[in-house]
Design a protein around this ligand. Structure first.
Ligand SMILES: *[C@@H]1O[C@H](CO)[C@@H](O)[C@H](O)[C@H]1NC(C)=O
Ligand SMILES: *[C@@H]1O[C@H](CO)[C@@H](O)[C@H](O)[C@H]1NC(C)=O
Ligand SMILES: *[C@@H]1O[C@H](CO)[C@@H](O)[C@H](O)[C@H]1NC(C)=O
Ligand SMILES: *[C@@H]1O[C@H](CO)[C@@H](O)[C@H](O)[C@H]1NC(C)=O
Length: 145
C-alpha cells in the first residue's frame, strides 16, 4: 500500500476509535445514587422492586420532595418502571426549563424499567439534574444513565 493510504487508514481507525470511546452510557443506581445526589429535600426511603433497574428505587411522599443528581457528561436519561396509576415528575437540567415525565402506562400493566426521558447534546461538563414532584402523591426515582 502507498504510504499516504496507510496513514489515512490508520487515521480513520484512530478517529473511529476515539469517537467510539469518547462517550459511554453509565447507569447510576442504588448506593451509587446516594453518592451522586447533591441535595435531597423531603424524606426519602429506599424500596425494593424487581421492576426497577438494579432492584431498588428511592421514593418520597413529601409535598416538596426534590432531589438533585450531579453528573459529568453530555447527556442524561431517567430510567424507571411505568405504572397503571398516576405517577410523574418534573425534571430540569441546570435549573433550566422543566420537562414533565409521565410514568403512567395506560395499558393497565406495570412495565419494568425503561428509558423514561432523556436529553443529549449538553456541553461536556458537570451538570445538575433537578427532579421534582409532579402531580402524583409520590416521587419515584429508580436510576439515572
Ligand atoms: C445511551 O443510551 C441512550 C438511551 O438508550 C441512547 O439513545 C444512546 O445512543 C446511548 N449512547 C451511547 C453512547 O451508547
Ligand atoms: C410518608 O411515608 C412515610 C414513610 O416513609 C410514612 O410514615 C408517612 O405516613 C407517609 N405520609 C403520607 C402523607 O402518606
Ligand atoms: C404502554 O404499554 C403498552 C404495552 O403494554 C405499549 O404498547 C405502549 O406503548 C405503552 N405506552 C407508553 C406511553 O409507555
Ligand atoms: C400520563 O399518561 C397517561 C397514560 O397515557 C394519561 O392518561 C395521563 O393523562 C398522562 N398524565 C399527564 C399529566 O399528562
Amino acid at each position: 500500500m502507498v504510504p499516504w493510504l496507510i496513514s489515512a487508514l490508520s487515521m480513520c481507525a484512530f478517529i473511529t476509535c476515539a469517537l467510539a470511546q469518547t462517550f459511554t452510557n453509565h447507569t447510576v443506581d442504588g448506593g451509587e445514587i446516594s453518592g451522586a445526589i447533591g441535595s435531597w429535600r423531603g424524606q426519602w426511603d429506599l424500596y425494593e422492586s424487581e421492576l426497577d433497574y438494579g432492584g431498588t428505587h428511592f421514593a418520597s411522599n413529601g409535598s416538596d420532595a426534590r432531589l438533585i443528581f450531579t453528573f459529568e457528561g453530555v447527556a442524561v436519561y431517567l430510567i424507571g418502571p411505568k405504572f397503571p396509576d398516576t405517577l410523574d415528575c418534573t425534571v430540569a437540567v441546570d435549573w433550566g426549563e422543566g420537562h414533565h415525565v409521565n410514568m403512567t402506562n395506560s395499558s393497565g400493566n406495570t412495565l419494568p424499567y425503561t428509558t423514561l426521558w432523556g436529553i443529549s447534546g449538553l456541553s461536556n461538563e458537570r451538570h445538575q439534574l433537578i427532579v421534582e414532584k409532579g402531580t402524583s402523591e409520590n416521587l419515584y426515582v429508580d436510576a439515572f444513565m
